[in-house]
Design a protein around this ligand. Structure first.
Ligand SMILES: [Zn+2]
Length: 327
């Protein structure tokens, strides 16, 4: 009994260790410019950003490497969002890695796409391969970076997903990547919006926010700055009211079927680099992990203590004190 427990503990620890460095960065000596779950107001409909973006130093033609050993799974051509994209299947983890906005595929892969492309021209095409049929090595050059699909400038979009019954579960790729963020990191709560009024946040004091109704329904403008050149979305955002964890968002998992539900999480004024998060919701969505205002349903006091906690994937945390008052 004890032995079995020890062995399972060993397997558990080992698998956590193994999963944390499952993938190598698909662009070498690069850094991320966008994170998982960010708002995108570009394209036909607003949506969630379901991967991370790697800088290709504004160049097309940078080598794109397979993040792990696997096999060719899917090719997309001329997708309005992804442009030209490659998906690899990784049998060990049952995960799929995706690479988008590519300019050209490697010779080995374009052999398969060229015939179809000649036939169908610029239409959106998906080619699916039998899993395991076309092996791909770790760090094999599979393509060259570009700006096809929805890309303002050349970069590489990288994602990690798993097929479930009738949907895909999209994961924050940073949880699987061997990636070391070297730049200075700064989590920031910048402004608060309540009943269409804006409240400036005081860094080390208490920000007073007016509200009406039984409990506050606020939007908060947040970001994490990485060095001087990137702004990403904080990974977790929690709100405590009178020390009760009332609302929490965690951008670790989003279902592919939820891609166009970004407006349930992001408030008006949000763009691809400005994130107004709604700290309340009437919807159920994967990133909303706690949504329970029941403790305040019959609240009669006119002052509530609030706290907003921002967290990133590297273990940094920032806490802001609020005082909610009824004017
Ligand atoms: Zn992207």
């Amino acid at each position: 009994m004890k032995k079995t427990f020890l062995i399972s503990l060993y397997i558990l620890i080992f698998s956590i260790f193994a999963i944390s460095q499952l993938f190598q960065p698909p662009i070498k000596n690069s850094y991320i410019t966008a994170s998982f779950g960010e708002y995108r107001d570009t394209g036909a409909e607003s949506h969630f950003h379901l991967g991370v973006d790697f800088s290709t130093f504004n160049r097309k033609g940078e080598s794109v490497y397979a993040a792990a050993e696997g096999s060719l799974y899917k090719i997309w051509l001329n997708d309005p969002l992804y442009g030209n994209a490659i998906f690899l299947y990784h049998e060990d983890s049952d995960l799929v890695s995706g690479y988008a906005h590519l300019s050209v595929f490697s010779d080995k892969i374009s052999k398969y796409s060229q015939l179809v492309q000649n036939e169908f021209g610029n239409q959106r095409i998906e080619i699916v391969f039998p899993k395991g049929k076309i092996p791909i090595n770790l760090n094999e050059v599979i393509a060259y970076s570009g700006d096809t699909g929805e890309a303002i400038a050349p970069h590489l979009h990288f994602e990690v997903l798993k097929q479930s019954q009738d949907d895909f579960t999209m994961y924050d790729p940073l949880e699987f990547l061997e990636y070391h963020e070297q730049r200075d990191k700064s989590l920031e709560l910048m402004r608060i919006r309540s009943n269409n009024k804006y409240f400036e946040v005081t860094e080390n004091g208490e920000t007073v926010v007016e509200y009406t109704g039984n409990y506050p329904r606020i939007d908060i403008r947040v970001r994490e700055k990485l060095g001087d050149n990137s702004t990403i979305l904080p990974k977790k955002v929690s709100m405590y009211i009178n020390d009760i964890l009332t609302y929490k968002m965690d951008f670790s998992i989003i279902k592919e079927s939820e891609i166009y539900k970004a407006d349930a999480v992001f408030g008006y004024g949000s763009t691809s680099s400005i994130y107004w998060l709604k700290m309340y919701s009437d919807d159920h969505l994967s990133p909303i992990v706690i949504n329970d205002f029941s403790a305040f349903s019959y609240e009669t006091s006119t002052t509530l203590n609030g706290e907003i906690v921002l967290e990133d994937i590297w273990g940094n945390e920032k806490v802001y004190k609020l005082k909610f008052i009824k004017p």
